[in-house]
Design a protein around this ligand. Structure first.
Ligand SMILES: Nc1nc2c(c(=O)[nH]1)N[C@H]1C(S)=C(S)[C@@H](COP(=O)(O)O)O[C@H]1N2
Ligand SMILES: [Mo]
Length: 240
């Protein structure tokens, strides 16, 4: 789903529209859909991408959020098998476990979450390790100019310039709304880029690679802006 490199006039990716049409076909249309094989959670994840069919109104509303994934199913990871790899143009590549990330100094950032699809969740606190701290520990080489983020869903990716990545309001987040980030919201670890649209906040984060130039991410290859600044963002701020 959602893999055409096109956007409709209002900016919503066409792939989401295709899914929406499929779900709008109703229960009969859903009977053969792969979501059902994934149980309630998979169905919810797919159906909650739908904003205009009325289906979402029948489902538990996750606090104003929609659950997004570009793939049908994502493996679950926890303290026994989660790993975050930092590599690329760094002097000290490193693989962190979840408990190692939890043991590092934690920063809390609260901002409104906005998706380009039009929904917003006000004052959502995220907590985690500043990406800048992890980059400093890894020792970014002088050629390093950007970051490429990859995910253990096997498909999504994101990017930031090194300057953006070093902001104090960019987190490798472990908590959301004062609880460990759930699987549906990209746990155990997701990126949180507070000053930008939520598509920049890659869920199920597994890789942070320092590159010499920006490599456009999943939605960016499909028409989204590489710079995802929110209208009220202070683009040159170092403070959260
Ligand atoms: N791995 C991954 N990260 C992702 C996405 C995705 O599909 N896969 N969707 C992005 C978009 S468009 C939004 S709005 C948010 C949604 O986060 P949520 O599912 O926790 O609400 O995740 C972003 N990060
Ligand atoms: Mo989004």
């Amino acid at each position: 789903m959602a893999d055409e490199p096109k956007q409709s006039a209002d900016g919503a990716p066409v792939g989401r529209r295709a899914l929406l049409g499929m779900l709008a076909a109703g229960a009969a249309g859903l009977a053969g859909a792969p979501y059902l094989q994934r149980g309630w959670e998979g169905f919810l994840a797919a159906a909650s991408q739908v904003d205009s069919t009325g289906l979402t109104g029948l489902l538990p509303n996750p606090g104003g959020f929609r659950y997004y994934s570009v793939v049908a199913s994502v493996p679950r990871k926890n303290e026994t098998n989660y790993e975050l790899r930092i590599d690329g143009l760094v002097d000290r590549p490193k693989t962190y476990t979840l408990s190692e990330l939890r043991a590092l100094p934690q920063t809390r950032v609260g901002h409104d979450v906005l998706c380009t699809d039009g929904w917003r969740v006000e004052k959502t606190p995220f907590e985690g390790v500043k990406l800048a701290d992890l980059l400093d520990a890894a020792g970014v080489r002088s050629e390093g100019a950007a970051i490429r983020f990859t995910c253990f869903d096997g498909a999504y990716s994101e990017s930031l310039t090194l300057e953006q990545a070093r902001r104090a309001d960019v987190l490798v987040a472990l908590n959301m709304q004062d609880k460990p980030i759930t699987h549906e919201h990209g746990g155990p670890v997701r990126l949180y880029v507070a000053p930008m649209y939520f598509y920049k906040s890659a869920k199920w984060l597994s890789g942070i690679s320092v590159t010499d130039k920006v490599v456009p991410g999943y939605w960016e290859e499909r028409g989204y802006a590489v710079d995802g600044w929110l209208d009220d963002a202070d683009r040159h701020s170092d403070a959260a």
